[in-house]
Write a protein that binds this ligand. Sequence first.
Ligand SMILES: [Zn+2]
Length: 198
Amino acid sequence: MAASTAARHPAAFAHGRRHSAVRACASTTPQPASEGRTTPRRLLLATAAGLAPALAFAGCACASDERVGKVAHSAAEWRALLPAESYRVLREAWTELPGSSPLNKEHRAGTFTCRGCEANLFPSTAKFDSGTGWPSFYAALPGAVREVGDYSIPFLPRAEVRCTTCEGHLGHVFADGPPPTGMRYCMNGAALAFVPTA
Ligand SMILES: [Zn+2]
């Protein structure tokens, strides 16, 4: 039932199962201050980590723009091309309910691709169980995704993750992931597809 209902974070948290709202899609492990200079990205992640509890009461609408990538369609065309759930996530930056994606249980060898444009995004070898209910990865394929500042929640800047090819919204990235990168790409399964290794 959940698979047909996209929701912004408050609803998602309200339906969280064994996962706490905070853990759901935010960093709960504040990272130590980076050594040397602080890059905008590190500042973004550190700030998000420190203010994670506020997420429980905040929406998840990301910075809105035209989202026009190398693969581009009109809104009407995207609606015709994508299932409703995938459209809301990819093109309107909604967040699916945690635990709703079949890809949470996808453990075969292969590649996770963009549901919008079929670009290769994440190798199965980088997938891990974050306990959040969203497919999570510690790394993306080189150049496959890009990060955009998400300032939709006052005082809680986050790093939105988009498909580089079609600019579709995939999720967010946090600095509380496992080795070797320490990053957690918290993705919406509705934004992804899976292609098993032949
Ligand atoms: Zn894409």
